[in-house]
Design a protein around this ligand. Structure first.
Ligand code: IVH
Length: 711
């Protein structure tokens, strides 16, 4: 679908549009952030172009038309060859017309098209001298960029040293994967900074930033390479770059150790006609939501060097390549209200209520607003037009208000003065506000969570029942659940003998849950299910865990210097509750874990050796729907099983993955595993592999499956 151009009725509207577009381009190229979403920017630029076509003598010198980077000028390191931009098409028809124009120009059919994802990050040129990474430069205005060599070392996929001592320039995109983006935001907010608005601006800001007290990781994907200066004698490899087809250049670069999209689920493919291009574009588009990084389109390039040469380049963009744009993942909508929700640990978080907007294939009605300070810093007002970002797994987030669309009727956001849940005071001393009663504030939420399937797994204890127990004064924390008597439960409304006995039996079973689940049930901030398992395996017993200081806590894989002290202090806060659980007979050990001792026998990864299991040393990923004996298992239960069998569970397929369990409707993870040559098994084959850990009933029993084996 082509974005309609803005209609500029007169010279004044034209002048405003030129100013809006220039400002947006300058902001975008300076910080990666802009108050205009891609669609809106394209609309304005097309409107400007249409006005200029009709009024050629009124063209302003400031006009972004035909200029690289919309006229924004940044940086002073000259590029060896201009770093061009790309022209856009928005659909199949437009593409076919464009492809026909290329073929007319070169006077023959294009030999092959290379089709590859358009990575949504920031373009950089990496100069390698004799195989060593010497300099990193941003695109800037395409002719000269900024030296950002200080970012070397923070970018995965851009090695310090190549496999061969060649002198060349690799060009590509620096971006943040979803995971890197979440990590960067955690780090940034813990240093009191505003969260990054989206992965693109996070990467753009981080590449430029100097002297930050923290370092974030980014990822590089190469999409081109060229010789750098006169090729040294014997440097045939660099010299060949201008003659090789584009697809061979990418293979060569990957062979030198630089990251390309070849290892992703959307590798570059070459095809021979426009119809095959369309099919591949659709395939990549369909995988977009599952990708661990953002793409904003698909780039189609004439692959053969001779075709590229014959088509030539304009001052802004090559004539042999085009960006086939996908719908934007940033949209402007209205902020209708701000809600304040109290989490189970007492954190009070604002949430934006939006005029529903369709983004990346789903309707977005709510978006995160991080913390109260952030609302003030961004000067958000109710009624504002706001830019909202959502891509793949990333939780929708409000980026910024579009200030120039304000009417004056916008209203200030009202901040709560007391806890919206219980009316107590609010502790505002940290970025994240918290009810002074902490986890006692929202007892119903924390007890319901603790009773959930992946924690204590107490069947029959839904939220309504928890409300009843709390309201009747029988339960004030999770510890009280384990001392409930038959009479007390029978005394509740709508509670018969059978349901009472079933609930009591479920509570009794819950006492045998492993330490990892007890820990997850406690809801220590910053430790989800998988971190709870890692902690439990590391310490083995609650006693050793509670005795750990920050230094000891940091020995757990994945716990850094920032997290360790907060886990330690929170566990100290929970000491009474832990004691209550212990006194009630709740298990406090992790089966199969070997607690750390003064003289541990470390395994390769530094963890003390545990008994060898059938998945010893293997990294296993599960995807698709489980069937057969594993049918009823949640993802968490599958991960528990993998870890109990000696393996490591992981959510993404990579070179390190040893085994993929692919159930029904397995999507891109299966494709990726196949490309990497990773072993893929069905759920049935996997069940056989770990048969020794499954119960007699095959783990698919009524109340939770294989994870029951240890109870
Ligand atoms: S080729 C002369 N390939 O998109 C060819 N660019 O909007 C120019 N981009 O400046 C670039 N993924 O920063 C190319 N696979 C890809 C790309 C890609 C992202 C960026 C690049 C470029 C911008 C143009």
């Amino acid at each position: 679908m082509t974005t309609p151009a803005a209609v500029l009725v007169d010279a004044a509207a034209y002048a405003v549009a030129v100013q809006t577009a220039t400002k947006a381009a300058a902001a975008y190229y300076a910080t990666g952030e802009s108050a205009l979403d891609d669609d809106a920017y394209d609309r304005v630029v097309r409107g400007i172009a249409a006005y200029e076509a009709a009024h050629p003598d009124e063209i302003s010198a400031d006009s972004p038309s035909g200029k690289v980077a919309g006229g924004a000028v940044v940086g002073d390191v000259p590029h060896t060859a201009p770093m061009l931009s790309l022209d856009n098409v928005f659909g199949g028809e437009e593409f076919t017309t464009w492809a026909a124009s290329v073929e007319r120009r070169i006077g023959r059919p294009v030999e092959r098209w290379s089709v590859e994802p358009k990575l949504d990050g920031l373009a950089v040129a990496a100069r390698y001298e004799s195989g060593r990474l010497a300099r990193l430069i941003t695109r800037g205005d395409g002719l000269a960029g900024e030296d950002v060599s200080h970012a070397i070392g923070m970018i995965a996929g851009l090695p310090d040293r190549l496999a061969e001592p060649v002198t060349l320039e690799v060009r590509g995109e620096v971006l943040m994967t979803t995971e890197q983006f979440e990590q960067a935001n955690t780090l940034r907010t813990s240093h009191g900074g505003t969260p990054f608005a989206n992965p693109r601006s996070a990467a753009a800001g981080s590449v430029r930033a100097k002297d930050r007290p923290y370092q974030v990781e980014m990822t590089f994907f190469a999409y081109a390479a060229l010789p750098l200066g006169p090729a040294a004698s014997g440097d045939d490899l660099a010299a060949s770059l201008t003659e090789l087809p584009h697809s061979d250049v990418l293979t060569l670069v990957a062979g030198l150790g630089v990251h390309t999209t070849a290892t992703t689920t959307v590798p570059p493919r070459t095809v021979t006609d426009a119809e095959a291009v369309r099919v591949r574009v659709e395939e990549i588009g369909a995988l977009r939501a599952e990708l661990p990084f953002g793409i904003d389109g698909i780039v189609v390039k004439a692959d053969a060097a001779a075709d590229q040469l014959a088509a030539g380049s304009g001052s802004r963009a090559p004539r042999w390549a085009i960006a086939w744009k996908l719908p934007a993942v940033e949209k402007v909508t209205r902020l209708l209200d701000v809600e304040w929700n109290v989490g189970r640990t007492g954190t009070i978080a604002p949430r934006a209520v939006l005029e529903p907007v369709e983004i990346d294939g789903s309707t977005v009605t709510y978006a995160t607003l991080h913390n109260p300070n952030d609302i003030t810093r961004r000067d958000l007002r109710i009624g504002d037009h706001v830019m909202v970002y959502k891509a793949g797994d990333i939780i929708p987030r409000v980026e910024a208000p579009v200030a120039h669309l304000r009417t004056g009727d916008e209203k200030a956001v009202v901040f709560p003065e007391t806890c919206p849940q219980c009316g107590s005071d609010i502790d505002t001393s940290e970025q994240r506000w918290r009810c002074v009663r902490g986890r006692d504030c929202h007892v119903v939420a924390s007890i319901s969570y603790a009773a959930g399937r992946d924690q204590f797994d107490i069947e029959g204890l839904g939220a309504t029942r928890v409300v009843q127990l709390v309201d009747s004064g029988l339960v004030a924390d999770i510890g009280d659940l384990f001392t409930l008597t038959r009479e007390q439960i029978l005394g509740l409304d709508r509670m018969g003998e059978t349901s009472t006995d079933n609930l009591l039996a479920a509570i009794e079973r819950a006492k045998g849950q492993p330490l990892s689940r007890v820990l997850a049930a406690l809801g220590v901030r910053g430790t989800g299910r998988s971190m709870s398992r890692r902690i439990a395996r590391h310490f083995g017993t609650m006693e050793l865990l509670c005795a750990a200081d920050a230094q000891a806590m940091q020995r757990v894989d994945g716990i850094g210097g920032e997290k360790a002290p907060s886990i330690v202090s929170e566990l100290a806060e929970l000491a009474d509750l832990v004691e209550k659980l212990r006194a009630a007979g709740v298990n406090m050990t992790e089966p199969g874990a070997t607690p750390p001792s003064d003289d541990p026998t470390p395994t390769e990864d530094g963890e003390p050796a545990a008994d060898a299991g059938p998945l010893d040393g293997m990294t296993v990923v599960v995807t698709g729907a489980m069937t057969g004996p594993l049918e009823k298992l949640s993802r968490n239960e599958m991960n528990e099983l993998i870890e109990r069998a000696g393996g490591k569970s992981s959510s993404g397929v990579s070179k390190r993955t040893s085994l993929l369990v692919a159930g029904d409707n397995a999507g891109s993870k299966r494709q990726k595993a196949e490309q990497l040559g990773t072993r893929v098994v069905t759920p049935d084959e996997f069940a056989e592999l770990i048969a020794s850990l499954l119960t007699d009933d095959g783990g698919g029993g009524d109340n939770g499956g294989a994870a029951e084996a240890d109870r």
